[in-house]
Design a protein around this ligand. Structure first.
Ligand code: NAD
Ligand code: ZN
Ligand code: ZN
Length: 373
């Protein structure tokens, strides 16, 4: 059950946005407003998008304010209700003490056409957890009672946390991929936070034949998750010749060498995008998920003749909606997808971001928010 609510709690903030730097601070625990729940967070995943926001490397966004509490893959228990929130929570089957998840999108208006269409990330009034709104790298957070995601029984909170962004994002992206069961789907960045969930959901959850791409030391890991083929991107040069050779090898791994039905680019990497169209067979779909940091670079090879001649599609996919989040957690409840993660205390966040920047992470890192050190 919910424990007494403190007046203050610990939070990890970006103390020098633009650099990899975080600091633990003591902040006031807010009281929930109308329609809000106060969530006592126990775990938060660390997503590469937090890295992009902390370092101000996404040039299309305004700069991150100093003191920002980041994080958007939170799990905790409902500790208190604001006015009217108990009824709103009950409508979603939730009561005091229940476990809930916080997603990248923190709240939506619920009334615009995008919201009505279930395209939450397109809502002009959408707020983002951990960007101009306190996120989940802290022990307590506010959230709308009707926007938190119930965590199914039997799914541990640490395992659940990365599903709230990474999991739902790749689930929604795979659903948009136009691939059919039995088709080959390439997961680029297959050993990372998003990628390792995508490999499992694609192969075990949706019946796709997965080809993984990442650096060689992640091969065994990626194959163990359900990939039937793997390519080490470091073995191919980053020029056109390297891309052509990788495309040739990927295609050779597909049925009759025709190419993949879809590529989900889960790596925030321009070279990964530059190679992706080459993996596709006719009628294939490139699903853009990863967000490269730095100056924007167009997708190499995306010229009309290439798209027309092979009837290719390029689409973007931004996180997922509440229903997709529930479906993703259900995949975990049925053990179709299992997060592979390392638990770290709050004080390790800077170190985690440094390792992430060097592409050393395999699976996800989850912060244990009950531990400062
Ligand atoms: P991560 O660092 O855990 O994983 C990225 C993986 O890509 C790593 O395993 C890395 O080795 C691999 N990689 C790097 N370059 C590659 C290349 N050229 N080819 C193949 N693999 C390569 O990061 P993450 O947390 O999984 O996030 C991945 C990306 O997705 C980030 O850009 C993040 O901002 C973005 N993202 C997008 C959405 C969305 O809604 N579209 C949601 C969450 C995250
Ligand atoms: Zn994320
Ligand atoms: Zn809206």
């Amino acid at each position: 059950m919910a424990s007494p609510i403190p007046t203050h709690h610990k939070a990890v903030v970006y103390d020098k946005p633009g650099e990899i730097s975080t600091r633990i601070e003591t902040v006031e625990t807010p009281a929930p407003g109308a329609g809000q729940v106060l969530v006592h967070l126990t775990h938060s995943g660390v997503c590469s998008s937090d890295h992009g926001i902390m370092t101000n490397q996404w040039t299309h966004l305004p700069p991150t304010p100093a003191g920002q509490v980041g994080g958007h893959e939170g799990v905790g228990i409902i500790a208190a209700f604001g006015a009217g929130a108990e009824a709103a929570a009950a409508a979603g089957g939730l009561k005091l003490g229940d476990r809930v998840g916080i997603k990248w999108i923190a709240s939506i208006c619920g009334a615009c056409i995008a919201c009505l269409a279930g395209r939450d990330a397109m809502c002009p009034a959408a707020q983002v957890s951990g960007f101009y709104l306190p996120g989940t790298f802290q022990q307590y957070v506010l959230a709308p009672a009707n926007y938190v995601t119930p965590i199914p029984e039997g799914v541990p909170s640490d395992l659940a946390a990365p599903l709230l962004c990474g999991g739902v994002t790749v689930y929604a992206a795979l659903k948009k991929s136009r691939a059919q069961p039995g088709d080959h789907v390439v997961i680029s960045g297959a050993g990372g936070g998003l990628g390792h969930l995508a490999v499992q959901i694609a192969s075990r959850g949706m019946g796709f034949r997965v080809i993984g791409i990442d650096s060689g030391e992640k091969e065994e890991f990626v194959r163990s998750l359900g990939a039937e083929a793997f390519f080490d991107m470091t073995k191919y040069s980053r020029d056109q010749a390297g891309s052509d050779k990788l495309a040739e090898d990927v295609k050779a791994a597909t049925l009759r060498g025709v190419g993949a039905a879809s590529v989900i680019v889960c790596a925030g990497s321009n070279p990964a995008y530059g190679q992706a169209l080459g993996f596709l067979g006719f009628g294939g779909t490139l699903v853009c998920v990863g967000l490269p940091e730095g100056a924007p670079v167009p997708i190499a090879g995306a010229f009309p003749g290439n798209l027309v001649g092979r009837e290719l599609a390029i689409i973007g996919s931004a996180v997922g909606n509440r229903k997709e989040a529930i479906e993703t957690l259900d995949l975990a409840a049925r053990e179709v997808v299992k997060t592979h993660f390392v638990l770290e205390p709050m004080s390790k966040l800077t170190d985690v971001f440094e390792r992430m920047g060097r592409m050393e992470l395999q699976g996800r890192v989850v912060l244990d928010l009950s531990r400062e050190y």
